[in-house]
Every structure is written in C-alpha cells, then in structure tokens.
Design a protein around this ligand. Sequence first.
Ligand code: FES
Length: 103
Amino acid sequence: MRIKNHPILEDLKNRKKVYITVDGRKVEAYEGEPIAAAMCAAGIRVHRTTPRHNEPRGIFCNRGRCTDCIMKVDGKPNIRTCVTLVKNGMKVESIRGMGDWSE
Ligand code: FES
C-alpha cells in the first residue's frame, strides 16, 4: 500500500519512478522515499533476522533510532533503511544473523 495523495506531502505523481532490487527482486520506488517505504509498498516486511534465534525484524521506530531495519545496501552492511533514501539501481540485501562479512 502506498499513499498517493496527501494534503501535506508532495503528490506522488510529481516524483520520478525508480527501481531497486531487494534480495534479487525488482522493487518499484519513488525518488525521495526511504528504502523501507518502498519495501513496505511492495509487501516486504522482513529486513533482517536475529543472530541467536533467527527471528524476523523489520520497521520498528521508523526514525533511525533502533536497528531493526538494518540491511546491506550496495555492499555496505548495517544501513538503516527507514532513513536512507532510494537511488535508482540500488542493491538491497537482507541480513541473516550476523550477516556476511566476506566482501
Ligand atoms: S526502524 Fe528503527 S532505525 Fe529503522
């Protein structure tokens, strides 16, 4: 679900449509929106899993204060996706447990 007309925020029609990939899946996004917003609109709720119990985590505070939404973005781990804006062609990957530090 995506809010297309909002009385205070800019009309979505004025925004440029871009695409990102999330775990290899092509996801539509709009310039100026956070990665987490594009993922939410695409129905993707799990951003990472916990190291000890492998439990799913996603948006919690939605303002950059917790770390539940962290993901690997363009090769950089631990990026807060709720406060990081999309860029066309961005590669976003979920973090499983402690993540992959091989790069
Ligand atoms: S949801 Fe808390 S930092 Fe992103």
